[in-house]
Structures are given as C-alpha cells and as structure tokens.
Design a protein around this ligand. Structure first.
Ligand code: C2O
Ligand code: CU
Length: 465
C-alpha cells in the first residue's frame, strides 16, 4: 500500500540454462532488495502510489489491466512516458478482489515490449478472496500460485527473438517455447491437498485450452474466478479456454492423489479457425491449436492439510436487463487490408485524436462484439470498466459444447470480465455499466488484445462524459 517505485529497464535474465539473455523487465526496490517483475498485491479501497521511471529507449506506459481507474493513470497510449521520463500513477483500488495485471501499452510498441519480458500481476484482495484462502488453508506464493503463461519465440542462441515478418505483424506472433513465470519446462513438487492457480495468459496471440491430467487420465478442476474476481460459486469443468490477457482462477483438488503421481497442466488441441499459421521456419512444434504440456506437478507427500472448497464464493449483481444504447463492434480488414474496428457498420481506422465512441457517464450499454464467419478469434478488451457477458450466439459447435446456460455462456463468462474471446461467426453481447466517480471527461479505449492487432490499430478510443 505504501509508495512504490517501479522502472522499466533493459536487462539480462537466464531463461534457458545459465546463459543470461537480453530482456526488458520492471524493477522495484524495497527494503534494500530489488524485485524483478514484482507481483503487486494490495487490498481493495487502499490507494496505490507508484512512481514510474522509463529507462527504455522508447516511449512506454504502465497499463493497469482491468483496474477501474481514471483515464490519466490508466497507462493507455494516450498518456505516454518518454524515454528517461517519470510518471506518477496514483489511484485508489476500486476493484473487487481478483487477478489483474500490468504491462506496457505505448502506441505501436506494445507487442515488442511485452514480448521482451515486461508484465506481471496486480492482485487485489478483498474479504471474499481472503475467506476463500482461509477456507482452503492456502498460502499465497506456496499453495496459491500466480501463473503467467506465455509462448515466446526463441532463436538458436537461446535468445528471445521478436522479429515478425509482414504477415506476422498483421496476423500475430506465435512463440516456439512455452514459459510459465519465465521458466521453460516448469516442474513443481506438490502434496495431497488443495491448490489454487491464478492463471494469466500473457501471450501475444495464443489461446490455450487448459486442462489437467493425472498419470494420463483427465482430472477435472474448479473454476472459482475470472478477470474481475470470484464467481458466485465454484464450477467443476474438464477444461477451459483462456485467450490472451484473460485470467482464470482455478482450484485443483489433489487430496486423493498418491505420492509419485505426475499431474500435467496441459493445453488441449482445438480448432484455431482462420488463425494464420507461422512460416515453416517456425518449426513443427507448438502450432496454433496444437496440444502440449505447460507444467508438471509431481506429488511428493501425503498430508492432511484440511480445508474445504466453500459452496459460496462471492455475490455477483444481477445482470442488467435494459440498456441505454446498443453498439456493434466488429474487428475487420478494410479495402487496403488494414485492421479496423467496424463500429455500427462503419470501418473506423484508429486515430489517437479521435473518439468514435462517446458514452454518457452512468449509462448502461450493451455492446455486441461480432466476428464474421470466415475469420480468426479475437480477444476484445475494454479499459476502465468491467463488463458482464449476456449471451453468445453463432458460436462454433465445438466451443458451444462448453456453454452452461440458455444464453450460450461458458463458465468463464459468468463473472466480471475485461477481456472476452470472440470466435468466428459469433456475436458476444456484453453489458457495461459506465458508472464511475472520476472526472467530468475520461478517456479510455477498446481493442483487440492480440498485441500485434493492437499495435496495428485494431483499437478505438472511448470517451466518457
Ligand atoms: Cu492489457 Cu489495452 O490492454
Ligand atoms: Cu485481434
């Protein structure tokens, strides 16, 4: 809660073996120690006071992804921090407890800076969150673990390699190695008890279909939270999609596991639709939509840690039933091939100075995020507000198989969201309550969180007056 310094720096890190390779990282000093990419943790309603310094050779920002903050401290490209300059991010934490995150968001350089290593967690705690931790006897950093999942392209020298060709600049950049918390092939010793994983997809474009298996057999788990904190209750699932920038809060019950069991966190195979396949130089593994292992858990000790998964986790407000306005937003390519957001049918090229969407403070709006049937999935993210998913229609059958209600929603649609994956052919209707207590005029944006799409302008400014 106290004042904090944070800088974005060029540095080195040993990711593959002992050799240090160039990266970009956030650093923070506290109590005589330096923390790289610190996991920030704060209680709801406290104020967060970060003095940020940009030591990179490019403009950057710190975007507090998912936080309900005034536009001036949101860290969007509208408020860049020049090389060598500092910026004061001071805000009160209005969010529900949940797994949020921070990452750079400068105009046209978000993908390369994030790829180079800049991103970490911003965990907000509230009474519900603490109650869950207590009920399950969890310890943050030990049995409750934030997991940052990223695919990264790596060259023969073992260096991170961000060199998209023209097609990849347009369509998205896939990695050929998987990292969890910057670690390749991660393995963790576990005991026979509950674990909680707060999973963040920090990839540029890759979607995962997360699942566990024990000695080769599928192992169901519970989804307890989404982008904006805990669900009303735990939902048991065999697997869950997690698109770029989304978070899912998972409880894994290993009480009936046996010492020696090997549990794998995997991404299952799925149809990536018209996602662009990387060129042959990319290699043959980790193709989009292909199955692979993310992390290995090895069961060591039989323990009786006690605890139980509560039947009730939090209370979610009823879904808004009426709106002041309905808008349609559709990622599309215009006649010259550029990414545009089609807003109510009109191709809208991104312009930093233009605010195509003007919303009245306190309005409740329904937005339809839509993708044509020939296309690729896009994860759409709104700054400054969380939203609720009302319905999914036109969902591809294999995805619709996961729906849990008559509106076509999936488990991960049931809570508060700031990013939602829209599949080809789909219309995802969300409700946004533009109630806030900030200035008379606040500036935000809505965009695709495929970082290359974002840099190429698949983005629109939003003004709240
Ligand atoms: Cu996480 Cu506008 O981004
Ligand atoms: Cu996109």
């Amino acid at each position: 809660a106290g004042p904090l310094t944070l800088s974005a720096d060029s540095g080195k890190m040993a990711i593959f073996g002992d050799r240090s390779v160039p990266v970009r990282l956030y650093n923070s000093q506290s109590g005589g120690r330096n923390y790289q990419n610190p996991v920030l943790k704060i209680s709801k309603d406290l104020s967060c006071d970060v003095t940020f310094r940009n030591n990179l050779d490019q403009p950057t920002t710190v975007h507090w992804h998912g936080l309900l903050v005034p536009g001036s401290v949101d860290g969007s490209p509208l408020n860049p921090v020049a090389p060598g300059a500092s910026y004061s991010y001071k805000f009160s934490v209005n969010n529900r407890g949940g797994t949020y995150w921070y990452h750079p968001h400068p105009h046209m350089h978000t993908a390369e800076q994030t790829f180079a290593g800049l991103s970490s967690f911003f965990i907000v705690e509230d009474a519900h969150d603490l109650a869950l931790r207590q009920a399950m006897n969890l310890t943050l950093g030990d049995t409750e673990l934030p997991l940052l999942i990223q695919d990264r392209r790596c060259n023969e020298e073992g260096e991170l390699d961000y060199s998209p060709d023209d097609m990849e600049k347009m369509m998205g950049y896939f990695g050929n190695v998987m990292l969890v918390n910057f670690t390749p092939n991660p393995a963790l010793d576990v005991d026979t008890r509950f674990y909680r994983f707060r999973v963040l997809n920090g990839s540029s474009i890759r979607t995962y279909k997360l699942a566990f298996e024990n000695n080769g057999n599928p192992l169901k788990f519970h989804v307890v939270g989404t982008d904006g904190g805990l669900l009303d209750k735990p939902y048991e699932v065999p697997d869950v999609y997690l698109a770029a920038a989304e978070r899912v809060d998972i409880v894994l019950d290993l009480r009936s596991a046996r010492p020696g069991d090997v549990i794998l966190l995997k991404s299952l195979a799925f149809d990536p639709k018209d996602t662009h396949m990387p060129s042959p130089a990319f290699g043959t593994s980790l193709k989009p939509g292909e199955a692979f292992t993310l992390m290995k858990l090895v069961v060591r000790n039989l323990v009786d840690a006690g605890g139980a998964l509560p039947a009730t986790l939090s209370s979610l407000p009823a879904l808004p039933s009426a709106s002041d306005k309905i808008r349609t937003l559709q990622p599309a390519r215009n006649a010259s091939g550029d990414w545009v957001m089609k807003i109510d049918g009109v191709d809208t090229l991104y312009d930093m100075n233009d605010f195509p969407i003007v919303v009245k403070k306190n309005a409740v709006e329904f937005w339809d995020f839509k993708i044509g049937s020939a296309g690729m999935p896009h994860p759409i993210h709104l700054h400054g507000f969380l939203f609720r998913v009302l319905s999914r229609t036109g969902t591809p059958p294999e995805v619709a198989a996961q729906s849990v209600d008559a509106s076509g929603r999936m488990v991960t649609d049931l809570g508060f969201k700031d990013t939602v994956l829209v599949w080809p052919g789909e219309t995802v209707r969300v409700a946004i309550d533009f109630h806030h207590c900030f200035g008379a005029e606040e500036h935000y944006m809505v965009h695709c969180h495929v970082l290359e799409h974002e840099d190429m302008g698949l983005m629109t400014n939003v003004k709240v007056i």
